[in-house]
Design a protein around this ligand. Structure first.
Ligand SMILES: *Cc1c(COP(=O)(O)O)cnc(C)c1O
Length: 417
């Protein structure tokens, strides 16, 4: 949609009204940087798996904030935890202790079966933290000569948007025009253990890998890949760092996507759902041998581990500790994949991938771009997001009812027919 002078005037509340949707989109177009291309829907409120737009239309949310909303919109337990904390204390900085910090770190470490947590805010900050941890560990523990540490990453990765992280992206959109790039990264094909092993040298400190590549289109690596990464890294004294920011915290039917191959990485990199869709909360979780490398002043964040974040994060961890959400994701996920497979058999979809309540769906590029399909779904009351080309990703809240999931799959079938 283009901005008309009238619409922009409306957005400032001085002109005659177009629709509320048009006014909001015009304001966004005029006053915000165009680093996103949102679908033309303006959300006003949400609950569970449903959102309501400014015109009162309702939609099932099959994106769930890229898995930040694993527990649904406005989850009563998480909102209650946030409200209770809002009235006590919200921010102290790490200059002082506060009474939610220890409980959160202990609970998250226990959920991960690890010793220590380093809390940050966004996913990209957690990835940056993992990169710094690997380098420090490489010099201090492994004995790599100063300034030489290397980290192996996979082609097609998505780890965030900072200058260092885009330095090892293979996506031209994410990377081009943002150099000079941070050195020290080796890129190998995803899912290829021989290539990984060949990339290891004496100066390799770590492997950073998504157990399932989300942004790349929910790419599940070949069976045995994660176990192979674990074996090779252990043999060579290299850290395995699993970016579970999107794949973790119940999405795939287990607490972590690594659990499907009984793999425990050296570092879990977590974010998105850790903040319960309420506040940004991220963390790196690992053993004392690894995260113990940090000394005061060497890393930090004004907001990382703040009381509000810890109160919400603690509730998220408590909710995951029962296994209930993981079970739902496994059961509903099996159903989702059955239904999608049936659509593929009927020739409506080209390919379906994924695990648990998470699917990447390729449609025939001659029929739809991913964007066109998400627009057709929007008209039918379903929110989804394309990734690249003719792929869309489906990741409903883990709290979605089977009836709502089935309703949205009926809409998908209709859009494809
Ligand atoms: C979203 C995501 C990130 C970045 O998280 P932000 O909170 O957007 O910075 C990193 N890694 C993966 C796998 C992600 O899905």
């Amino acid at each position: 949609m283009t901005t008309t002078p009238d619409a922009a005037t409306d957005a400032r509340g001085t002109g005659t009204a177009a629709t509320a949707t048009e006014r909001e989109i015009a304001a966004a177009e005029e006053y915000s940087a165009h680093n996103y291309h949102p679908l033309p829907v303006v959300v006003a409120s949400a609950e569970g798996a449903w959102v309501t737009d400014v015109e009162g239309r309702r939609y099932v949310d099959l994106l769930a904030g890229y898995s930040a909303l694993n527990f649904g919109h406005n989850n009563p337990r998480l909102i209650a935890a946030a409200k209770a904390q809002l009235e006590r204390v919200t921010l102290t900085s790490r200059a002082f202790h506060h009474d939610r910090f220890g409980a959160f770190c202990r609970a998250l470490a226990e959920l991960c079966g690890k010793d220590m947590v380093l809390p940050m805010n966004t996913g990209a900050e957690a990835v940056e933290t993992a990169v710094k941890t690997a380098r420090k560990w490489g010099y201090q523990v492994k004995g790599i000569p100063d300034g030489q540490a290397r980290i192996v990453v996979a082609a097609g990765n998505f780890h965030g948007r900072t200058t260092t992280i885009v330095s090892f992206s293979t996506d031209p959109e994410a990377r081009d025009g943002f150099g000079p790039y941070t050195p020290g990264f080796d890129i190998v094909p995803y899912g290829d253990l021989a290539a990984l092993e060949a990339a290891f040298g004496d100066d390799t400190a770590a492997v950073l890998v998504e157990p399932i590549q989300g942004e790349a289109g929910v790419l599940v690596p070949p069976p045995g890949y994660l176990a192979g990464v674990r074996r090779l890294t252990a043999e060579r004294g290299v850290l395995m760092m699993a970016d579970e920011i999107q794949s973790g915290l119940g999405r795939t039917g287990r607490t972590f996507a690594c659990d499907h191959e009984d793999v425990v990485p050296d570092l879990y990199v977590l974010g998105k759902a850790l903040g319960g869709g309420v506040v940004p909360v991220s963390a790196v979780v690992g053993s004392r041998d690894v995260l113990g490398v940090f000394r005061p002043g060497e890393h930090g964040s004004t907001f990382g581990g703040n009381p509000l974040a810890c109160a919400v994060g603690l509730e998220v961890v408590a909710m995951l500790s029962t296994g209930e959400y993981q079970r739902r994701a496994a059961e509903l996920g099996a159903h989702l994949h059955e239904e999608l497979a049936a659509m593929a058999t009927d020739g409506l979809l080209v390919r379906v991938r994924g695990r648990g309540l998470w699917a990447g769906v390729d449609v025939d590029p001659a029929r739809f771009t991913g964007r066109e399909l998400t627009e057709a779904l929007l008209e039918r009351g379903v929110l989804a997001k394309d990734t690249h080309g003719s792929t869309i990703r489906l990741a409903p809240p883990l709290t979605i009812s089977k009836a709502d999931l089935d309703w949205s799959l009926t809409r998908l079938r209709d859009a494809l027919t």
